[in-house]
Design a protein around this ligand. Structure first.
Ligand code: NAI
Length: 405
């Protein structure tokens, strides 16, 4: 079969395996020539390792100077009679192949990070491959649902404003259409559920599990990712349900930091740049901001993707420094280039005049769309998209992934 892109709304329903391989290799090539990570961790657990910031962290730490071995947890679909599977599933496989070529250990655990079985599998993998301890835990899950083990129900997140409604546009990547909508404010239950799903409590419970199993090495660090943004997107992000969940995550970093001190380690949140990922295109009204931001940062020569962000985070903030540089709220700011006043001024001007008629020319919609396609393995140079790929050849790759029972 020839694998074609299938997009529904803002969700990719297909992925190109060999495009994903090319994307992983591109990121590896980047970190190999970038400023190197010094005194980095050797045994790393990444929760949410298959795409976006989690995958970029994994690549940076393995190939960007630290030569880390990694255990990556993700929730992805392999090939089946329902389809070819998800991009993250192929990213896992091809990352592992490349890491093993260089003698690194790369364990992929595909399962629900909220499930007890997945945690047990991670602990077992730490025992088996890492002599029982990790040096760094990266928390990079992005999801809309978290099971509540006490009640058997699920918390479902809602990406909504709080207090007032927000009117704005979303671009449907499926057919490049501009869709104006008004999002009503979240209810108290929606706010609370979003905090449960995207706040800090699951990160804390993961660290507790690792502490209880004596899996944290001396000097172990942990980091999770956040976003703050600017006036241009405060109503839907910082001042909305996601922003409140991120405040909860920031607070969790402070209590975790006290726990990590017992191990001479630390817990931090890194505030990252807005980027096109599987998760971010889901945020209503954020796409016009991304379109303007990509244009402004590319014109100014300061644009970074997930891989540039993560390499810079580990090389210049989290490792190789006497003291981790943080702001007044103890947050690492790797969103500094996005927050530059000149960039934000340009974004503001573009957004003020962006409409359904001009959004493709006023900012850089082409770059946003291309990045979305590339996160699903399409539109990468050097990949033969006309090649015939058999299901058997894809299923043979499945042997390389450990499945949580
Ligand atoms: P992503 O969608 O690219 O990656 C999410 C990862 O979580 C994937 O590996 C996925 O398999 C995994 N995952 C989701 N549910 C899971 C589950 N139940 N069990 C196991 N694994 C699961 O997302 P992205 O954008 O890289 O987000 C990661 C973090 O970075 C999030 O906290 C997000 O808020 C934050 N962030 C994202 C920004 C952006 O613009 N994309 C900006 C700043 C922060």
């Amino acid at each position: 079969m020839v694998i074609e892109p299938i997009i529904k709304g803002v969700v990719a329903r297909s992925a190109h395996p060999y495009g994903c391989r090319a994307a992983v290799k591109q990121q590896i090539d980047y970190v190999k020539q970038a400023a190197s990570i010094k005194n980095g961790p050797k045994r790393v657990l990444i929760l949410g390792a298959s795409s976006g910031f989690g995958l970029a962290s994994r690549i940076a730490l393995t190939f960007g100077g630290s030569q880390a071995d990694t255990i990556g947890v993700s929730f992805e679909r392999g090939p089946s009679d329902k389809g070819v599977g998800s991009a993250g599933w192929y990213n896992n496989i091809f990352f592992k192949q490349e890491a093993e070529k260089e003698g690194r250990i790369a364990i992929n655990i595909v399962g629900d990070a909220f499930a007890k079985e997945t945690r047990e599998q991670v602990i077992e993998a730490i025992e088996t491959y890492f002599e029982g301890e990790v040096d760094l835990v990266i928390y990079s899950l992005a999801t809309g649902i978290r099971p509540d083990h006490n009640t058997g129900n699920k918390w479902v997140s809602s990406i909504k404003p709080i207090g007032d409604s927000v009117t704005g546009a979303t671009v449907l990547l499926e057919d490049d259409s501009w869709l104006e909508s008004t999002i009503e404010p979240a209810t108290d239950i929606e706010i609370e559920s979003t905090i449960k799903v995207m706040g800090g409590s699951d990160w804390e419970s993961w660290i507790d599990t690792l502490i209880n199993n004596e899996s944290l090495a001396d000097g172990c660090k942990t980091v999770a990712f956040s976003y703050i943004g600017s006036e241009a997107n405060y109503p839907i992000y910082r001042d909305g349900t996601l922003g409140w969940a991120k405040v909860d995550l920031h607070q969790a970093s402070h209590s975790l930091n006290l726990k990590m001190a017992y191990f001479n380690g630390s817990a931090h949140v890194s505030v990252c740049k807005a980027l096109v990922t599987k998760a971010s295109v889901f945020i209503p009204t954020l796409t016009p901001y991304l379109i303007a931001l990509y244009k402004a940062m590319k014109d100014n020569g300061t644009h970074e993707g997930c891989i540039e962000q993560m390499q810079r985070l580990f090389a210049t903030k989290l490792y190789g420094q006497e003291i981790i540089p943080v702001d007044a709220e103890r947050l690492i700011r790797i969103d500094d280039l996005e927050m530059d006043a000149n960039i934000q001024a340009q974004v503001k001007i573009m957004m003020a005049s962006m409409t359904a008629d001009n959004f493709k020319s006023i900012g850089d919609y082409q770059a946003v769309k291309k990045e979305f396609m590339q996160t699903n393995g399409f539109e990468l140079e050097g990949v033969d998209y006309t090649q015939d790929i058999s299901m058997e050849e894809l299923q043979a790759l499945a042997k390389q992934t450990t499945k949580a029972k």
